[in-house]
Design a protein around this ligand. Structure first.
Ligand code: HPA
Length: 301
């Protein structure tokens, strides 16, 4: 038969690239195949704080590797599992481990899990991280409530075609969106009151995000201090940006694992960051556990 008589079959539909929203649909479909819980609160655990996931009751733990399109952390200390269950009767989805832009991930991947948390049903988000202390009144091992942030990563996770379907709240999901109360004043007040009750110091501070992975130079830290930063870290701001795009209410907590470069004479190393996490685990756990039902019940002022 002559060659021209063989028609070329049409390209199969499956080869069309999926957009991020469709990828998130596949991820949450997989998650809901494995749990009956519909979480209302998402919690992202930072470096050294991953053990908090053990607090989840009736837990279903799903390694990121098993969730379609979920990025996997390459950093030691970021376990990489999603734990769905309840804490204090509140349905939660806890991320033990996150990915960072410095690992080479695109912005869309860095915030993909946050997008999925929202799609699972989380209208509130607690983000935690390890941070360097710039404010000299902070001490190593202290907890700080994030009041605001400065994004110095040079990237913004909300770039690209706007997708209004991400909204979890009426009016959210817009191209341009407000960041003036990115860290919910209501949730910050709850955290402050609960910390006081527990006798745990919880000052507030401005978190400045850098791309990393190098720690900062002392000159950079002096510059950041002049800009109004109290804390420095390599995560959180992108998750908070997309959380606010979707209309989630956010509480942010930092653990000061080290004083930032030049604030103390000591060199900074990742082992120390992890070790401090283990040391304050008790305090962090009891504060967060007590806060979860309050955060879940809170209505924005
Ligand atoms: N700088 C940036 N990120 C960090 C630090 C720091 O000093 N400590 C923990 N994460």
């Amino acid at each position: 038969m002559p060659a021209e008589a063989t028609p070329t079959p049409p390209a199969p539909e499956a080869q069309k690239p999926l957009d991020t929203f469709a990828k998130a649909t596949q991820a949450l479909t997989h998650i809901f195949m494995r749990t009956d819980v519909t979480p209302v609160l998402g919690i992202i655990l930072g470096s050294g704080l991953g053990n908090f996931a053990d607090q989840v009751q009736d837990a279903v733990a799903i390694p990121y590797a098993e969730i379609p399109h979920f990025p996997q952390s390459t950093v030691e200390g970021h376990n990489g599992k999603l734990v769905v269950g309840t804490i204090g009767g509140v349905p939660v989805a806890v991320m033990a481990g996150r990915v960072h832009a410095y690992e080479g991930y695109a912005m869309d991947d860095v915030v993909f899990p946050t997008r999925v948390l929202a799609r699972l049903g989380c209208k509130k988000l607690i983000v935690t991280n390890a941070a360097g202390g710039i404010n000299k009144s902070f001490g190593q091992g202290g907890l700080v409530c994030i009041a605001d942030h400065i994004n110095m990563t040079g990237q913004n996770a909300a770039i690209g075609k706007n997708e209004v379907r991400w909204a979890v709240k009426k009016g959210s999901g817009q191209r341009f969106f407000d960041m003036s109360a990115a860290y919910s004043p209501t949730l910050r007040a709850l955290a402050k009151a609960e910390a006081e009750q527990q006798g745990t110091p919880l000052p507030e501070g401005v978190y400045l995000a850098v791309l990393g992975p190098s720690y900062e130079t002392p000159a950079e830290i002096r510059a950041f201090s002049t800009l109004g930063a109290d804390l420095v870290g390599m995560s959180t701001v992108h998750e908070v940006i997309v959380a606010r795009h979707m209309g989630m209410d956010v509480l942010g907590l930092s653990l000061v694992t080290n004083m930032a470069a030049g604030v103390s004479d000591d060199a900074i190393n990742h082992e120390e960051v992890m070790e401090i996490g283990r040391r304050v685990e008790g305090q962090f756990t009891s504060l967060l556990k007590a806060l979860i039902p309050q955060v879940a019940a809170a209505t924005e002022a």
